[in-house]
Design a protein around this ligand. Sequence first.
Ligand SMILES: C[S@@+](CC[C@H](N)C(=O)[O-])C[C@H]1O[C@@H](n2cnc3c(N)ncnc32)[C@H](O)[C@@H]1O
Length: 242
Amino acid sequence: LCTNSPVFLGSCQRLASKCLHTTVSFLKKTGTEHWWLERHLKDPFVKATKQQHYRCRSAFKLLEIDDKLHILRPGLSVLDCGAAPGAWSQVAVERVNALGTDPAVPTGFVLGVDLLRISPLEGAVFLPEADIADPGTQRTIQNLLPAGKVDVILSDMAPNATGIKELDHQKLINLCLGLLNLSQIILKPKGTMLCKFWDGRESHLLQSRLKEQFQDVRTIKPQASRKDSAESYYLARLYKRK
Ligand SMILES: C[S@@+](CC[C@H](N)C(=O)[O-])C[C@H]1O[C@@H](n2cnc3c(N)ncnc32)[C@H](O)[C@@H]1O
């Protein structure tokens, strides 16, 4: 084949463009990975997670919220929705004295539910591989809670993200609205609900539903929640229903 022929030159061009494409995607990928790794290594909450033996850094979101707003105290019963790998449950076990380690204060109760498996945690009861939206799961939750009732509902649930912001936002809002329906059955009067949402068009809908059922509703963005994330929390206190 003549090196000047259009056939040869065309093949070279196609090959070069293919190589360039592969190189650019490789550089893009390694660039993102490098940025992620650097952010991860510099993150003070990642260091603190290791030092304080929490299962993941999200523990610090709940610790911060509870330090400021005191939603957990010894003797309370807690339902932790989307509990895996178990960091929020670790915090809840400590703060409600679920292990009974402090005999001077009442002993609390922690029930964690997740679609995934969760390694056992002393002081917590886990319901793994269970969908909170499933009526069967909701019946089991009622059976496991002391007298079928709970003081605090925590939700750090996050559905598998599709990457389509509006769709992911809506999926999480629907999960929270479903949980709000469950709260009407299991939450004690004056109870608390803390739920994560990804901000978007329908956040106000969830907020107004919470305001119908709770006396005090506020929006919280803890320091440990990354600034570039759409994640925030609604903290709803003083449940109005009997
Ligand atoms: C961000 S993680 C929770 C981290 C947890 N708070 C901790 O501190 O370890 C979100 C979890 O929500 C769970 N999840 C999502 N949808 C759920 C559903 N319908 N029922 C139960 N769990 C769900 C996911 O499986 C995932 O483990």
